[in-house]
Design a protein around this ligand. Sequence first.
Ligand code: SF4
Ligand code: SF4
Length: 409
Amino acid sequence: MTPSLIPTWHQLRKRIHLICFLIFLALPFCNVVRFDIPHQRFYFCGYELWINEFGIVFFALMFLMFLVVVAAVVFGRIYCGYLCPQMIFSEASAAIQLRLRRWLKPHQRLAGAAFYAVLAVASVFLAFIFISYFVEPRDLIRRLAALDIHTAAGVCGAAVTLLTFLDFAFVRLHFCATVCPYGYLQGMLSDSNTLMVLYSDPSHDCIECKKCVRDCPMGIDIRKSPFQIECVHCGECIDSCETILARLKTPKPGLIRYSWGVEGKSRFPVDAKRVILACVVLFYAGGLSLALSMRHAVLVRISPDRATLYRAGADGRIYNHFRYSIANRSHQPQAVVFSIRLLPEATLTLPLNPVAVKAGQTIEGEFDISAPSGRRGEFITHFNIVASTIPNTVTDVFPMTFICPTEAK
Ligand code: SF4
Ligand code: SF4
């Protein structure tokens, strides 16, 4: 018999599992999505964002959250069956255990010991990748090489390794059917048009072979209901039923299939809810792109110190006091030059101007601006402080006010 060129759901799922595994490995190393907790950085699509960049972090988190909601509303628990690491590693762990038992059939104890040894090594590796999402991978390698189990990161690493081992040795897919919050969220978000695995047999063609039940990784009978919390929409039962009915050469290709809703729609339904959700995701994607495009590598903030409105100097000039902070979010040293516009004869007093700031450093400081008292016609004069960043050649203009005593008019 010529093998079919169209993959079964099982084959498709295993290929997607492999791709997801490689993506899971690559994401923290390529900084696509990573929280660096020790350095308080959020990496998103190659951008290094500081936690205090509220606008960008907000848009990024809202975008990701709504993406999850849209995936749940439209595709149901397809994520669980095809993309979830818990599912991928649980099935891989069960498959390795089964293979070792078959290879070492006469030595079941040895098979058990070999499985736990393989799982222990795999757990260290998986825990390493998982923690890489929160700690810089090179830093993590150094800690691992030094067998660091004294610091918080070391204790976390040891705990995650142990949990990973216990999870994939004993818990596996029970997690999906009991405590996984996504399964419950899905139950709340799905509607009459959500993608699901549906058993439909109006002409009573089911031969009660129960192959769909035996092959179900969650051990359920899809014929009872398409809304069972355990069902992860993996499609294994679809393959099982199609294989059996093909062997029997029945006119029906199968009694179970993917369907948009319980009414058995085969076309993607477009309704108001899906259009609104798509608009919300596009809104946050647009906000995120805009916030990223407006981002400066060097963030300068200046504020007037109004504890004292002004100070009259012994030199006859009036002094106003200002504070600044400079955050260099780039990987190169930068410098900021402060200057004054629209305030004639004013002088900016700063020990060093330009102010140098190292890569990743935040510094704070103070400066005075002084002007001759007799030349001010107003109590308040509006002017600008200009902060030019070199070598980035970005210029920020800060509208400010200069205050001098009214008797100086
Ligand atoms: S019922 Fe079918 S789709 Fe649902 S988990 Fe079992 S095999 Fe997968
Ligand atoms: S595999 Fe198909 S024919 Fe067999 S019990 Fe399941 S639904 Fe019925």
